[in-house]
Design a protein around this ligand. Sequence first.
Ligand code: NAI
Length: 717
Amino acid sequence: MSLSFEGRVVLVTGAGGGIGREYALAFAERGASVIVNDLGADTKGGGKSSAAADKVVEEIRAKGGKAVANYDSVEDGEKLIQTALDAFGRIDVVVNNAGILRDRSFARTSDLDWDLIQRVHLRGSFLVTRAAWNHMKNQKFGRIIMTASAAGIYGNFGQANYSAAKLGLLGLANTLAIEGRKYNIHCNTIAPVAGSRLTETVMPPDLVASLKPEYVAPLVLWLCHEQCQENGGLFEVGAGWIGKLRWERTQGYIVRQRNQSMKPESIRDHWEKICDFTDATKPANIQVPLHGVLTLSVFSYFSSQTKAVGQKLPPTTFSFNHTQCILYALGVGMSTKDPDHLRFLYEGHPDFSCLPTFGVISSQAAMMGGGLSSVPGLNIDFTQVLHGEQYLELYKPLPTSGKLTSEATIADVLDKGSGAVILLDVNTYSGNELVCYNQFSVFVVGAGGFGGKRSSEKAKPPLPPPKRSPDAVVIDSTTRDQAALYRLSGDWNPLHIDPSFAAMGGFKAPILHGLCSFGFAARHVLKQFADNDPSRFKAIKVRFVKPVMPGQSLQTEMWKEGNRVHIQCKVKETDAVVLAGAYVDLHGASGASPENLSQGGGLQSELVFAEIGRRIKDVGSELVKKVNAVFGWEITKDGKKAAQWTIDLKSGSGSLHKGPYSGKADVTMTVSDEDFMEVVQGKLNPQKAFFSGKLKVRGNIMLSQKLEVILKDYAKL
Ligand code: NAI
């Protein structure tokens, strides 16, 4: 279908000649009623004549078109629009085209040269457009063209006045595009190149001939048609070619360091980075820079990130009592409606317990406290951070009150192309005892491409569920206030409560915390397969795939494979997968040792000794000082001696070897593989084991107390 302007009223300023005349003819040819405005001035704005406009009007009428002339200057904007209203009763399209030149090198530019140019181009376009604005607004339709110029976009010798006015028009158009959008008023800007009396003064004649105004007009017609949804665009057009322009911005560099003043020297030192257009972004609105400025951590630059690996964050402490445990349980959807939930909701309950996934709460301060931003070599735009994955392992059931200390280490930084992944390992202790281990995988959007490795042996990978249909499915609804409740457990990110903040992040409304869905899924497994017994819970891994909106229902699908329960969580209403590659590891119902420990070989204790060996390598000399003894171990299996180990903490910087000690060990212990595991996991008190005959000790029995120093951190496995 050809584009018709039947019924539309179009004003073209400066239409007595040049490109403007071409517009007027083209609009009229397609049925528009045209107001042909022209002051009839010379190129420098001098003189006045009605002949130019009249001639074009005659041409249009001769072809059967509708047109009236207007001879006012664009500086009398109201009069031009009044002509349209008087003749045709409305105004639909304004093409701001009238223009003059007063080229001078900058030093020679007079006040008049400057003012005249601003008055005709910038002020004239303003006055004409303002006069039309309310009419367009009321009729909920309007199309406006501003005429800029390459001289404004790029600069041009001798055109300081003209360049300033022309780019001023682009600024005007940018804002009109925003203000007009909801009234279906679109405003676009063109930078034409065409042979006309204006260009004759600056271009050779044969070039002028190839740049016909009729190669510019079709773009203006399209932009002014009701079908065209373009708004706020900038186009270069000439000789039959059209291109669109937009802004580009470098990734930039955060020059300001925490708690330090910002110095020009650090700008000088990072100038290349600030100006490096590799991976440039294309900002399209004002929100992005403002957002960056507000959060004070502007752009990301990761080339020095590898320095960050292995860095420890300052330790954080977390003090809590039953209130936090209960608040968390409510946050992840527990309710007194379910009698099973009472043990997590009522501190007076005989089995009052803390939900295992509370282990992320006690450790998250390392993340939330902005600890990451203090790591040298790690520059992150925190507005671009997503929580990608989470792993949590408990070494003993969490206490329901106390003080926990977390130590976080940057385990690795990975380059995923579109972003970077930071693996943050957090060990949480109660006193000296390791209670739990978390691995946070943080995805930093746009921070990839620094040439780093893609994967890490330190990452706890997500695992796909078996291909069969799930063994159990639990559906549970979140409430409208789920996120508002969950955040009270310490994740204060406004993304989960503030609609305008959520909008900046590209979400329709505040979203539920990923770790809240995580808590839902974990307790579904705990109920389904572990009788709600927190001591059966060993570990959980999830990958956060999509957001959940508060009020939606979560559907947890579960597959049991030995002591591992694979899970996948969906939003029931949309069927979208929100937690993927997830699993929960449980301890066996008998209270036996974690079965996966036996994977390494016949004896579960092998792994523990391997870990002890690693510890001795790390801190052996310290242990030798503290312990100063040789320990022999005899591990039995099914009543038979199965392995012997020697822990030498007497000579050198300590050592471990498999087999008996060459001399006489200070103390030798005999224990079954199973009981050994019970002891190291804290399930079997060593004294009890001794008195019940499960643990036999020869030699200096007092020394066995020192074993604690070695075994205590077994849980770091
Ligand atoms: P032109 O000189 O042929 O046409 C401009 C028209 O505007 C003239 O007819 C003139 O009488 C009229 N005019 C001047 N002052 C006026 C006023 N105060 N009120 C009403 N009418 C007035 O020039 P051309 O080349 O057709 O340019 C049209 C527009 O395109 C201008 O805004 C110019 O700056 C712009 N432009 C043209 C380029 C080209 O290659 N021709 C390059 C970049 C921009």
